[in-house]
Design a protein around this ligand. Structure first.
Ligand code: GDP
Length: 462
């Protein structure tokens, strides 16, 4: 585009996944704490929806690990962590045929092993082909463990009794077995020979910090070895995803965006998917969080910037965002004559997910494009046919659709709703028509409840 076009290696985008209470938030806090505590003055680590652990921190962390990773040179500008862990925001990191996330950390509580959301996360990562490492968390809870705060794992094990080490080995063996059941070979990270074939398990404690530096060093090493090409970006029109749509006092509706390619500038024309139709608008302001100490001196939580470079998280203020849809792709339109091409592209991408077919299948509703896609994928996995898929609250019309199916295929005459409300008039009609609505903000709960109900239905028929 511009005459000063240049290329750079961007930060890889990392997500943290895993079962509830296994320590995802604690781990992210620990990582952010590490980044803040060891950061060089002047470096911004806080982005919108994401935090960056800069290269300077990675270098310090890697230093004591030289003896274990002798060849580790830091070549990336840092690691970008998505701040909110779990499935929901991960779903919104969608891009056609994959994810914007370059790598995932799957957190597993060593004491509990695999749980339903661990399995769900694995399925999602498999479908999206996102490579991952396993953080075997809470090693400090192993009986007789002697914590060594913030020590690398390979150092802390020198302080442990043989009994504690044996107990740990059992737990890791169990996690490796569970991974094997899902089609993955897995090993403790220091014993892995070929990282392309084997999933690395890094024993950590998010609470004491043990093993966390190795986790970061390992991710850095893997990314640099296997995906550096993918991280090359240039000063071209930005591509991103809408992570969240948010009301902000004084700004109206804004979108939090992860930019994974190119540059986004003030006044850029861009397109995203909307609830009713695609939204084409211009960047009014690009907003970054203010550093904490700055916040006391200045009004407001955000500070304006003129442009942002991939990879980053940024808040975009623009006219006409009320209709914006989380999980939508964002493309900067370099030139207005190309508008029609972009409109077609975004409409096609969205109609793959939001559709209505005249066949016997369930009605599914979700709150964002990302969660709708996750729900659709779950339906595919469970072999449940879908008649209508859409974003938004459950409406009267959805109930009518389901009641039509109910007459010929009772088991499919239902509505499966993820993280949305049942509108009062829909509730009334559903009660009258006997249409079941399965609602939850956890996908596997919806499927489990629906599965139980189908079973009961079949038993009644016999
Ligand atoms: P999330 O739901 O996966 O985000 O889990 P949280 O990070 O909220 O952690 C759940 C609970 O486990 C909290 O009480 C944490 O303090 C605790 N926890 C997390 N990591 C560790 C750890 O490494 N060791 C111990 N002992 N507790 C932990």
């Amino acid at each position: 585009m511009s005459s000063t076009s240049r290329e750079w290696i961007r930060q890889p985008i990392i997500v943290v996944m895993g079962h509830v209470d296994h320590g995802k938030t604690t781990l992210l806090d620990k990582i952010r704490g590490t980044a803040v505590a060891r950061k060089e003055p002047g470096e911004i680590t806080q982005h919108v929806g994401a935090s960056i652990v800069p290269a300077s921190v990675l270098k310090k962390i890697a230093e004591p690990l030289k003896k274990y990773f002798p060849k580790l040179q830091i070549e990336i500008p840092g690691l970008l962590f998505i701040d909110t862990p779990g499935h929901e925001l991960f779903a919104n990191l969608r891009k056609r045929g994959g994810s914007v996330a370059d790598m995932a950390i799957l957190v597993v509580d060593v004491m509990e092993g695999f749980q339903p959301q661990t399995v769900e996360a694995i399925n999602i990562l498999k479908e999206k082909r996102v490579p991952f490492v396993v953080a075997a968390n809470k090693i400090d809870r192993i009986e007789g463990w002697r914590p060594t705060p913030d020590a690398p794992f390979l150092e802390t094990i020198r302080n442990q009794s043989q009994r504690a080490l044996n107990l740990l080995e059992e737990k890791i063996y169990r996690i490796a077995g569970e991974l094997y059941n899902h089609g993955f070979e897995a090993e403790r990270f220091d014993r892995v020979r070929d990282f392309r074939r084997t999933v690395a398990i890094i024993p950590i404690s998010a609470k004491t910090g043990e093993g966390v530096s190795e986790l970061l060093a390992l991710i850095t090493g893997l990314v640099q070895q296997f995906m550096k090409k993918k991280l090359v970006t240039s000063s071209e029109p930005a591509k991103g995803v809408v992570l969240e749509v948010k009301e902000e006092p004084g700004l109206g509706t804004t979108i939090d965006v992860i930019i994974y390619d190119g540059v986004l500038r003030k006044n850029d024309l861009f397109i995203i998917a909307g609830k009713s139709k695609p939204v084409v608008t211009r960047v009014r302001a690009l907003l970054m969080p203010r550093p904490l100490q700055d916040m006391r001196m200045h009004e407001g939580r955000f500070t304006q910037v003129e442009e942002v470079y991939a990879a980053t998280g940024v808040k975009v203020s623009a006219p006409d965002l009320d209709d914006a849809l989380a999980g939508s792709p964002l493309y900067v339109i370099p030139d207005e004559t190309k508008l029609q091409d972009y409109l077609r592209m975004v409409s096609e991408e969205v109609s793959e997910l939001r559709f209505k077919v005249e066949s016997d299948g369930v009605v599914i509703k979700a709150d964002t494009l990302g969660s709708l896609e996750a729900l659709l994928e779950a339906m595919r996995r469970e072999k449940i046919p879908v008649r209508l898929a859409d974003v938004g609250n459950v409406s009267r019309n959805d109930v009518i659709e389901a009641s039509v199916v109910k007459k010929s295929k009772p088991e499919y005459g239902v509505i499966l709703a993820f993280n949305v409300k049942l509108l009062p008039e829909a509730e009334e009609l559903a009660a009258r028509e006997g249409v079941k609505v399965f609602q939850s903000n956890i996908i596997y709960h919806i499927i489990e409840e629906y599965g139980k109900w189908v079973k009961e239905l079949k038993e009644k028929e016999v």
